[in-house]
Design a binder for this molecule. Structure first.
Ligand code: ATP
Ligand code: MG
Length: 582
């Protein structure tokens, strides 16, 4: 091995020779909190008062060992020097990469703990359930104690304020969005629609937007009448029935495609979409909380089941970023981020994504920075992330990569090349040699330039590594400040009810004064049957059923009252036009 490259052995000797971080912790800095007793041990104190680190001379002090985050900086690990993530650049995004089992999730946990300690709320998807341990105090395992000691740290167990979320409402508070909020373009991606089918969904949103009665509806003004999937179904049926009139206003409605969209909706429903779409919808502000101690709340999304449907997972997270982007104010360059978002299994976001979508992701990642939101991608291979996005990730932790095949070797080289070189270190060589919990790191410093790549031992987290038990989770959920707010879905009056009633009342009117035409054999059931049964055959030659007459009249009256304003659904923010095909 090259002289400059630190092996694990000489790495530790370097650590031990460093005196800066080995002074014992003064008792005055110890604060006992929450009274946890670790297997009968006397607890000395879980953490230090952060205020101590806020002293102007904090950087110069060496008495911050047990919790060595410094003023405005998160201690991430130790190379030949301590490695910090500067909170001023926390919104300049980041990357945690590495082969399986190399320490990505633990690094994610270390960063999340650091942000929380600094009062920055965090959102992270928990793919394997092993991030949930952050809610429970760590155990002073020998390996952790030794690792801490080698960095001059006094291992102190700690736990963090966590809010659990779950799209399926089982392992946390349910997260819901309305169909309207999701918007036509993300929905189309979620449903894996082709261009023509996407066009149908776009038109349906326009129809809902321009219909005064639908617009007024809904408990949530923002959502209007498009709340859940049955609203969308009903609306699509309506569009199908009224394709001629609607088509003349909004462009050709591809009627056979409506059936295809309905079938895709069914798939989504079976995958849990029924629970996801509805009200009360998520209020982004509930992610942005701090606890009584001023620590940022760590929002953990149970993603194990969600991962069975990667498209739902990816679209959901994209939606979340887009909501943040749309709702949060501009903050420029804050002292610390407003929220940090960890995107595990990040390759799913980019896999098979059309170019238009990739462009938008790149754009959002770039723009969301000024809202004070940091996005950290966690993935096995840095090549999973498109170059334009990768170029924006200022804070990097690269764990070991294997280099068995030429493709592996290419990834190693690419990963090494994305770092600012360090003449002391052969990055490509080091990547293949890194041990568990060891990484090449580079963080933005000074005026926002990346530090030269360094080979660092990542600190052990303070909270538990590994999952919490179902019982622990249950207790945390039961004690959550958000308990009751999202737990029960409400079903407000929306498109489903309104359109059904509209059709029924028109049908009743028609019965009082029957038209000369043959009476309908279908009525409401006919309309729905046509759609749900896939019998969307278009009109019978020249003759209309009562229902068709009714629906057509309704559509005319609607058309007469609609304004020419551009639909709200279509002028959503930057991600609202995701994948937009114009
Ligand atoms: N910084 C660290 N301090 C102490 N132990 C660590 C550290 N990083 C990793 N480890 C050890 O390595 C194990 C594997 O790490 P981790 O689960 O983070 O890997 P991973 O890269 O997320 O793997 P996967 O791709 O399978 O999810 C951990 O359970 C822990 O025991
Ligand atoms: Mg992991």
């Amino acid at each position: 091995m090259e002289a400059q490259t630190l092996s694990v052995t000489n790495f530790f000797s370097v650590l031990h020779s460093s005196t800066q971080y080995v002074r014992p912790m003064p008792p005055s800095l110890v604060e006992t909190r929450r009274g946890h007793d670790y297997k009968g041990q006397e607890r000395k104190g879980a953490r230090h008062k952060f205020a101590k680190c806020d002293a102007p001379d904090a950087e110069a002090r060496s008495d911050v060992m047990a919790e060595p985050d410094q003023n405005g900086k998160i201690f991430v690990g130790q190379s030949t020097k301590p490695e910090f993530l500067d909170l001023r650049f926390g919104n300049r995004h980041g990357l945690v990469a590495g082969a399986t089992g190399t320490g990505k999730t633990v690094t994610l946990q270390v960063l999340a703990e650091g942000f929380s300690r600094a009062g920055v709320p965090v959102f992270a998807a928990d793919i394997k359930g092993d991030l949930s341990g952050i809610a429970a105090p760590g155990e002073p395992k020998e390996a952790f104690v030794q690792r801490a000691k080698a960095m001059g740290l006094d291992y102190q167990p700690d736990e963090f304020p966590v809010v659990f979320w779950d799209l399926f409402g089982e392992q946390g508070h349910p997260i819901r969005a309305t169909v309207f909020e999701m918007g036509p373009l993300l929905l189309s991606r979620m449903l894996d629609l082709n261009d023509v089918q996407e066009g149908v969904v776009n038109i349906a949103f326009r129809v809902a937007d321009d219909d005064p009665e639908l617009k007024r509806a809904g408990a949530d003004v923002k959502a209007g009448a498009l709340v859940d999937l049955k609203d969308l179904r009903e609306l699509l049926s309506y569009v199908g029935k009224e394709s001629k009139d609607i088509g003349s206003r909004y462009g050709n409605v591809a009627v056979p495609s409506i059936g295809a969209v309905q079938r895709q909706l069914l798939v989504l429903e079976n995958q849990g979409g029924t629970q996801f779409f509805g009200q009360p919808a998520l209020d982004i502000n509930d992610f942005m909380k701090t606890d009584r101690d001023g620590r940022g709340v760590i929002n953990i999304l149970a993603a194990d089941r969600l991962m069975e449907n990667p498209r739902l997972y990816a679209t959901f997270l994209l939606w979340l970023i887009s909501e943040m982007f749309e709702q949060l104010p501009e903050v420029g360059d804050p002292e610390k981020p407003k929220l940090v978002f960890f995107f595990d299994e990040a390759h799913l976001l980019f896999n098979d994504a059309p170019k238009a979508l990739l462009d938008k992701i790149e754009q959002v990642v770039r723009l969301i920075r000024s809202k004070g939101v940091g996005v950290y991608f966690v993935t096995q291979n840095p090549l999973d992330v498109p170059e334009k996005v990768l170029a924006q990730l200022g804070n990097r932790v690269q764990h070991a990569l294997r280099a068995f095949t030429p493709r592996d070797q290419k990834a190693v080289k690419a990963a090494a090349d994305t770092f600012r070189p360090n003449p002391q270190l052969d990055a490509a060589k080091a990547i293949t040699e890194l041990g568990k919990g060891e990484a090449l790191v580079s963080f933005l410093e000074g005026n926002g330039v990346p530090s030269p790549v360094a080979r660092a031992m990542i600190r052990p987290p303070s909270a538990r590594v590994g999952p919490i038990t179902a019982e622990e989770r249950r207790k945390i959920i039961a004690g959550s400040r958000l308990r009751g707010k999202y737990d029960h879905a409400v079903d407000p009056e929306s498109a489903y009810e309104i359109l059904q009633r509209r059709i029924q009342s028109r049908a009743a009117e028609q019965e009082e004064a029957p038209p000369p035409e043959q009476p309908s054999s279908g009525g409401l059931g006919g309309v729905l049957g046509d759609i749900f049964g896939g019998r969307q055959q278009g009109r019978r030659s020249g003759r209309m059923s009562t229902t068709e007459v009714v629906v057509k009249q309704v559509a005319r009256s609607v058309a007469a009252t609609v304004g020419s304003q551009l639909g709200r659904a279509l002028i959503r923010g930057v991600l609202g036009s995701l994948g937009g095909k114009r």
